[in-house]
Design a protein around this ligand. Structure first.
Ligand SMILES: CCCCCCCCCCCCCCCC(=O)SCCNC(=O)CCNC(=O)[C@H](O)C(C)(C)COP(=O)(O)OP(=O)(O)OC[C@H]1O[C@@H](n2cnc3c(N)ncnc32)[C@H](O)[C@@H]1OP(=O)(O)O
Ligand SMILES: Cc1cc2nc3c(=O)[nH]c(=O)nc-3n(C[C@H](O)[C@H](O)[C@H](O)COP(=O)(O)OP(=O)(O)OC[C@H]3O[C@@H](n4cnc5c(N)ncnc54)[C@H](O)[C@@H]3O)c2cc1C
Length: 667
């Protein structure tokens, strides 16, 4: 008999097999929706399979047992093996295939090429001129040189306008002099900077004839290409262990009057002429495009991270038997408890929602770069900046929460590194900070919302972009029983009301004499609330659009259950905004709750198949608890036995310290 969930194999844990048999949809077809195409979903499986046949690509030991030095070495070893097999494993021009291969083999703990691919090459593509492409882009793409993105400093990260590293132009030699004037000006945090990269895109304050022109990107050689020694005038090193990413060498970097030629300012959009004349870019923030790129990709990447944690937690919850329901002679799967479902299923819906809306922002970013590079059209930048600022903040926050719930849903074993959930958590919540601290980025979106409300107030609602058009729409009572659109309308009402209230509050402070910045700060919490609501509304709308576009009926039906859960869960979470002015009734509140609970029951038979559909291989998951075969207890015992502490029965520390203490106590 053919099963819709292809994960079933002879010898797997029976409880998990039983779950897979109840799937109402084909998990291969669901994977096509998750990864955007039949081809990529299929290629992912083929690549994972091909990787599993190359033993050198496997982790040489479970990563949790490695120390930092070993992790960095292991990552670099695998990169070099991968380099030999690259062309046979993937179409190297296909980003989706490459991303999957790296996730599969390199995992998530960091490696020397992480920032090269994610920011260094994209910064060149977005910021370098054609002549600079000629000189560096080919070399970078062939990996003759390895680069990173060095912007953040010890003393400043969020406030880019106050970066202290200077790049002072000297017309006599046509050079920029890079300098680190204070300890706080040291570059600090850039991934792969400490030990791996020999080049960097460095963001420094451009100074011409004593005038500051603000942060600009420069390409800078840091290390000798033959010896890999730092060049004279460069101080560079690793910043030490972190919550996660410990296979990566986030670094520090200082310059002592280090000279680079005039051509090293990335000058597709702004230039310095030989005589020191500055040519402005078409958009003041165009130099930030590498950041917008990462932010555009983050919703999808974070959705996958949440998917990892949920795959582990849901599979385990189907295997973990504890406690009773009706039949007191058989304990039940913990997945049967409503609290367990409520803890995990809304997070599955969010993982899907984040992945879907991430695809939209990636498309918008690609279009922006096309427009900018072909005809200097930067008109999409402000919208995309506002959107991705909100999205990266909301998504990373919820992903962190969702992963933590997944850990707790695994009880004690979730706390063990065998689950790998703590590693996933550490990696994911890095996203709350990198690419713009979440509060700071929510406030960026709030600027856009406040300006939009001001447009409506001044009678210019026709100038609103489609994403904020709802801010001008009149309120109408909503009948939630009519389907997803009514939920959108209710959410629009809530989001609109908060944007208006926050704006009015802000304007009132100014009317009463506060400066714009002080009034802004006094309203900041309300403003961030408006940003979150606006972003959640956008996520909800993209989720609805995506589900509507699915053609496979069983897949669409399973996704509709997830969508309904999402709509009710989200609305319930923000209902107080609409209850406080009576726009939502307590009857509607009860309706939402009842819908939510019945969604949990509907999803229950598909829960395992919904996470199996992410099709993360065991290698990629790196979780003993979440393996496909579900033999949790045997796998955990084998893993524990392989702990280095168990190599001997009596540890030297016991002989040296513990035993003498015990002996002394006997005297
Ligand atoms: C395949 C790939 C997968 C990858 C996916 C997975 C990744 C997994 C790997 C992990 C890898 C980690 C990689 C970490 C790499 C770093 O973390 S790199 C460092 C990142 N650093 C930051 O993000 C710093 C955050 N700070 C900022 O961006 C800026 O300082 C701020 C907060 C936007 C403020 O900038 P500002 O110049 O002071 O601007 P401000 O006065 O606030 O605003 C002026 C105007 O400019 C506008 N503006 C500001 N920025 C922009 C912009 N970018 N665009 C358009 N307009 C803008 C504002 O909207 C505002 O407009 P108006 O309201 O006036 O109309
Ligand atoms: C894993 C990781 C990888 C990284 N990789 C790189 C990299 O490759 N390259 C690179 O250049 N950098 C990198 N960074 C640095 C990162 O981009 C910054 O740490 C980040 O932008 C936050 O800036 P900050 O550290 O200055 O935080 P701060 O701004 O100092 O944040 C501290 C607190 O101040 C608050 N705050 C700050 N400004 C405001 C404001 N205007 N209004 C309200 N509240 C405010 C914040 O909300 C936060 O609560 C990385 C960081 C991490 C954690």
């Amino acid at each position: 008999m053919a099963f819709l969930n292809k994960e079933i194999r002879d010898g797997d844990n029976q409880d998990l097999t039983e779950e897979r048999r109840t799937a109402t949809f084909d998990t291969d077809k669901m994977a096509e929706v998750i990864y955007g195409s039949e081809k990529l979903a299929r290629r992912r499986r083929e690549i994972s399979h091909a990787v599993s046949r190359i033993p050198e690509l496997a982790d040489s030991r479970p990563l949790p047992f490695l120390d930092r030095f070993e992790k960095v070495t292991e990552g670099t070893r695998k990169l070099s093996v991968l380099d030999r097999h690259l062309a046979e494993l993937i179409d190297v021009n296909d980003n989706g295939e490459a991303l999957h291969l790296y996730h599969e083999v390199m995992g998530m703990e960091g490696h020397p090429l992480a920032l090269h691919e994610v920011m260094f090459v994209p910064a060149l593509i977005g910021q370098a001129s054609d002549e600079q492409y000629e000189k560096w882009l080919g070399r970078a793409k062939r990996r003759e040189i390895i680069g990173c993105y060095a912007q953040t400093e010890l003393g400043h990260g969020s406030n880019l306008r106050k970066l202290e590293t200077t790049a002072t132009y000297t017309p006599s030699t046509q050079e920029f002099i890079l300098h680190t004037p204070t300890i706080t000006a040291l570059k600090w945090w850039p991934g792969a900077l400490g030990k791996s990269s020999n080049y960097a895109v460095v963001v420094a304050d451009l100074i011409i004839k004593d005038k500051s022109y603000g942060p600009h990107p420069f390409i800078v050689q840091l290390r000798d290409e033959k010896t890999h020694q730092p060049l004279p005038g460069i101080t560079v090193g690793d910043i030490g262990p972190k919550m996660a990413f410990n296979g990566g060498d986030n670094g520090y970097l200082g310059f002592d009057n280090f000279r680079i030629p005039r051509e090293n300012l990335l000058n597709r959009h702004s230039r310095v002429e030989a005589d020191g004349t500055y040519v402005r870019p078409p958009h003041a923030k165009i130099g930030h495009s590498a950041m917008i790129r990462v932010r555009s990709h983050m919703a999808t990447g974070q959705g996958w991270l949440l998917g990892h944690a949920l795959t582990i937690a849901i599979r385990y919850s189907a295997v973990r038997i504890q406690g009773f329901l009706e039949d007191k002679s058989h304990e039940v799967k913990v997945l049967d408890y409503q609290t367990q479902q409520h803890r995990l299923f809304p997070a599955i819906a969010r993982a899907y929602a984040f992945i879907f809306c991430g695809f939209e922002t990636i498309r918008l970013y690609d279009q922006l770069i096309l427009d900018m590079n072909s005809n200097g059209n930067t008109s999409g930048m402000a919208d995309l900046h506002a959107l991705t600022s909100g999205l990266k903040s909301v998504v990373t926050h919820f992903v962190g929460q969702g992963i933590e719930q997944a850990r707790m849903a695994c009880g004690g074993h979730g706390y063990s590194m065998a689950s790998y959930i703590s590693e996933i958590y550490g990696v994911a919540i890095g996203g709350c900070t990198y690419e713009g601290e979440n509060m700071v980025m929510l406030l960026q979106l709030a600027r856009y919302l406040v300006k939009s409300v001001e447009l409506v107030k001044s009678g210019k609602a026709n100038q609103l972009g489609p994403m904020v058009a709802y801010l001008a729409v009149a309120d109408h009572k909503v009948n939630l029983a009519t389907g997803p659109d009514s939920y959108v309308k209710m959410f629009q009402y809530i989001s609109k009301r908060q944007s208006w209230k926050a704006t009015e509050k802000f304007l009132k402070f100014m009317e009463n004499g506060d400066s714009r910045d002080v009034a802004w700060n006094k309203t900041a919490v309300e403003l961030t609330r408006a940003s979150r609501l606006h972003t959640r509304l956008y996520i909800m709308e993209t989720f609805i659009r995506r589900v509507e576009s699915v053609t496979d009926i069983p897949v669409k039906s399973a996704l509709t259950d997830l969508l309904n859960l999402h709509l009710n869960y989200e609305l319930l979470d923000v209902a107080s905004y609409a209850l406080e002015d009576g726009f939502m009734s307590s009857n509607q509140m009860d309706f939402i709750k009842n819908q939510l609970y019945s969604s949990l029951e509907k999803i229950r038979p598909n829960a395992v198949s919904l996470v199996d559909s992410f099709q993360f291989s065991d290698m990629q998951l790196r979780s003993v608890l979440g393996r496909r075969d579900g033999h949790v207890y045997q796998n955990l015992f084998d893993w524990a036995k392989s702990s280095p502490l168990n190599k001997t029965d009596v540890l030297p520390s016991v002989t040296q310290y513990l035993k003498p203490m015990m002996e002394k106590a006997k005297l």
